[in-house]
Write a protein that binds this ligand. Structure first.
Ligand code: NAD
Length: 244
């Protein structure tokens, strides 16, 4: 019997990239998995799919309730939906700050709020937030994005403290540069995408980007009873970007 057998998991942003890889890994290991996404049309069985926008509280509550009803409970929330932002503080106006904060930070809060009553009923409850090395690395041209992920990091620590006595663990993963459609979209805007990709890879201590499956492995560990005594931590999955 695997450590994932019988676990009921909800993955936000699970139609693409890191969320998709996580949903597929958890399902392959025996969990029952529901995906919540803006556009879940590409999600296939055995994954369950629910359409919701994490900036819309009513749609989140409806989708989480439907997912929990279909799964028959909830043990794991992978709070992963997120969007990027480029530039210094002079490049993004107030509306853009509110928009990205609303998805990346308040979006996670909305889903957590809807999920917590169900997680309290689980004997293996875990929340894993997708943070980023941007939370602590001081990356150039990422002021707004970094601020959202700094908030996700602090939120993870605060939620871990608030819910540990209820038996709910809260951790986050801090990926480096991960080879997902998101990075593909960024590279496609470059004058020479192949050269830009090579330059990006050369900046990685490992000489390559992190794969979505490698982030999924870290999320799965933090989501399962294998990490049963771990809460309030950030697990770097960055190919050595931080600290080297
Ligand atoms: P992605 O664009 O491939 O996937 C993101 C998914 O989130 C998409 O399916 C999208 O539809 C969904 N989504 C976006 N806004 C939503 C909303 N308002 N409501 C519901 N769903 C929404 O991106 P990814 O690279 O897999 O990123 C996933 C997470 O990983 C994000 O939180 C991102 O900040 C984080 N991350 C990514 C990288 C990277 O290099 N790719 C690095 C560190 C952290």
């Amino acid at each position: 019997m695997s450590d994932f057998d019988g676990l009921k998991a909800l993955v936000t942003g699970g139609a693409s990239g890191i969320g998709r890889a996580t949903a597929e890994l958890l399902a392959a290991r025996g969990a029952q998995v529901a995906v919540l996404d803006l556009d879940p049309s590409s999600v296939e069985k055995p994954l369950l799919a629910y359409s919701a926008d994490v900036t819309d509280d009513a749609s989140v509550r409806t989708a989480v309730a439907a997912a929990v009803a279909d799964l028959g409970g909830l043990d794991v929330l992978v709070n992963n939906a997120g969007i990027g932002a480029h530039g210094t503080v002079e490049d993004n106006d107030d509306a853009e700050w509110h928009r990205v904060m609303d998805v990346n930070v308040v979006g996670m809060v909305r889903v957590a709020r809807a999920a917590l009553p169900h997680l309290r009923a689980s004997s293996h409850a875990a929340i894993v937030n997708t943070c980023s090395i941007a939370a602590t690395a001081g990356l150039p041209q990422r002021a707004l994005y970094s601020a959202t992920k700094g908030a996700v990091y602090s939120l993870t620590l605060a939620m871990a403290a608030d819910h540990v006595r209820e038996g709910i663990r809260v951790n986050c993963v801090n990926p480096g540069t991960v080879d997902t459609p998101w990075v593909g979209r960024l590279l496609s805007k470059a004058t020479d995408p192949a050269a830009e990709r090579a330059a990006l890879e050369a900046r990685q201590p490992t000489g390559r980007l992190v794969s979505a499956a490698e982030v999924a492995g870290a999320v799965a560990y933090l989501a399962s009873p294998l990490s049963g005594a771990t809460t309030g931590t950030a697990l770097a999955v960055d190919g050595g970007m931080q600290g080297l």
